[in-house]
Design a protein around this ligand. Structure first.
Ligand code: BES
Ligand code: MN
Ligand code: ZN
Length: 501
């Protein structure tokens, strides 16, 4: 996909389609849309007065120009009410529109800078939102389908802007949007890969090869090293599988003057979750290849960060294992010792993600990472609570959480905070160990968060439960059915927003 920008007259470019936009409530378009309308003898105004175009969010109308102007078609993209405009609206409308264009066999388009102009967005942000919408919306995962693979694709998008002085800003917005959304696609690829092609060793390999030549310092620990460090909780989960575990450490050092200030990103990397001896029911188990989505999002975010080189230090940690039942598997009732010395009663081997994270958060704390943000497909309960609309958020430090929410408002990825009242903590009490890995029938996502809190201790920490949002059930906006790649963009944005300038 080529995404570029140039100055010039939108009516003169010989392309398959020219995209302009319309706000809801506008009866007589002005600006670029007005110029197109005029050149096409008022067809857009006519469509509006006939009620066929309303300008509602994501509305897509294609008009053939029959030689009246150079572009073969004009697309009028609805952006909703001008006052409600945001990067998310542009990104979403552009994602949906890109798929419609692909379906119509359109290969090359020019587009105006949706959201700038009357929308009031900065040129950089508008260009970034357009780029992200196109790349994310056109994502496909069809590498294993030899037949029926669609040859048609949108191949070129050129943003046309009259004001030459905005070119640099637009180009930078496109670059950032490209790096970030290609990283999201990488996370989607990792999650969409089946578990036989994305095991813990594969995760380690992907992490090592994610960026060329030393932009990241990546170390992948193997089982013996984990034993030496005392990662008993992670190793307990890995015991049931013939696939050895891995522990990925990715260091980005963008602020060498402050070597002790390092942000930590931690992602659950369970490459397949059968439940272990506490075996899951058959129905839908195939979707448990998604259980490394948190880890994938951290690896992908580290790639984007390394390529954007902000002035900040970040370490990504991904504990990776496969949760299998076997004669060597851990059993309900087993007691394991985590890296920080706390003992854990494994009441249910299906609550394995928190065991991996117990060691990873302990490790991060030992390294002095601050704050730590973990991402995990941790509990089925979070989808009962929040569905697939938003990610569940938890914290022991409200200011850090608030900062993350600010970054999430930029990316449009929704996060809703759930409470961590100390009363919930008691549900994880064990008769025989320091803590138990299950908290009973009620408030399952909160007790899981409290379990993690035992290992982040007093380090400022945020936990994101993406069990409901890691997968999209259908294609909508810039989401494509399958892995969503959430919350890569928010992790990256948080790091950019936290960096020194
Ligand atoms: N990976 C699952 C959570 C999950 C469920 C993710 C559905 C995506 C969709 C996690 O390891 C798990 O099995 N959690 C258990 C915890 C329980 C045993 C305390 C759950 O949610 O049932
Ligand atoms: Mn599980
Ligand atoms: Zn799991």
């Amino acid at each position: 996909m080529e995404i570029g920008c140039k100055t010039g007259d939108i009516l003169k470019a010989r392309v398959d389609a020219l995209m302009v936009n319309l706000f809801q409530g506008v009866k007589k378009p002005t600006g670029a849309t007005g110029a197109v309308d005029k050149a096409l003898n008022g067809v857009i105004t006519q469509l509006i007065s006939d009620g066929e175009i309303t300008g509602s969010r994501g509305e897509f109308t294609m008009i053939h120009t029959l030689g009246k102007i150079a572009p073969a078609r004009v697309v009028v993209l609805g952006l909703g009410r001008a006052r409600g405009l945001s990067g998310e609206v542009v990104r979403s409308a552009m994602g949906e529109a890109s798929r419609s264009l692909r379906k119509a066999g359109v290969r090359r388009i020019t587009t105006v800078l949706h959201g700038a102009g009357a929308g009031g967005m900065a040129a950089h942000d508008a260009a970034r939102a357009i780029t992200e919408g196109v790349i994310l919306g056109l994502y496909t995962f069809d590498k294993y389908k030899k037949s029926n693979r669609s040859q048609r694709n949108l191949a070129g998008v050129t943003i046309v802007e009259r004001d030459r002085s905005k070119m640099l800003e637009i180009r930078q917005g496109v670059d950032v949007g490209r790096i970030v959304s290609e990283s999201v696609c990488l996370a989607r690829d990792m999650v969409n890969e089946p578990a036989n092609r994305m095991n813990p060793s594969d995760i380690g390999e992907v992490a090592k090869n994610i960026v060329p030549d030393g932009a990241l310092d990546v170390t992948v620990l193997e089982k013996e090293e984990m034993e030496r460090l005392g990662m008993g909780a992670l190793l307990g989960v890995a015991r049931g599988s013939a696939q050895p575990p891995r522990f990925v450490i990715m260091n980005y050092r963008g602020d060498p003057d402050h070597p002790d200030e390092v942000v930590g990103l931690v992602g659950k990397g369970v490459t397949f979750d059968t439940g272990g001896i506490s075996l899951k029911p058959t129905g839908g188990m195939a979707s448990m290849k998604t259980d490394m989505a948190g880890g994938a999002s951290v690896i992908a975010a580290m790639r984007a960060i390394a390529m954007l080189h902000p002035k900040i230090n970040v370490t990504g940690l991904v504990p990776a294992a496969e949760n299998m039942p076997s004669s060597t598997a851990q059993k309900p009732g087993d007691i394991v010792t985590a890296l920080n010395g706390k003992t854990i009663e494994v009441e249910n081997t299906d609550a394995e993600g928190r065991l991996l994270l117990a060691d990873a958060l302990s490790y991060g704390r030992k390294m002095g990472l601050k704050p730590m943000i973990d991402v995990a497909t941790l509990t089925g309960a979070i989808s009962n609570t929040l569905g697939s609309v938003c990610t569940g958020g938890f914290t022991n430090n409200q200011p850090t959480f608030n900062r993350l929410l600010k970054s999430a408002a930029v990316t449009g990825e929704k996060i809703w905070q759930l409470p961590m009242y100390p009363e919930y903590r008691t549900q994880n009490r064990s008769e025989v160990a320091d803590v138990k890995n299950t908290g009973g029938r009620t408030a399952g996502s909160i007790t899981a968060a409290w379990f993690l809190a035992e290992f982040s201790e007093n380090t400022p920490w945020v936990h994101l439960d993406i069990a409901g949002t890691a997968r999209a059930e259908s294609s909508k906006g810039y989401l494509v059915k399958g892995a969503s790649g959430t919350p890569v963009r928010t992790l990256v944005q948080f790091v950019l927003d936290s960096a020194r300038r």
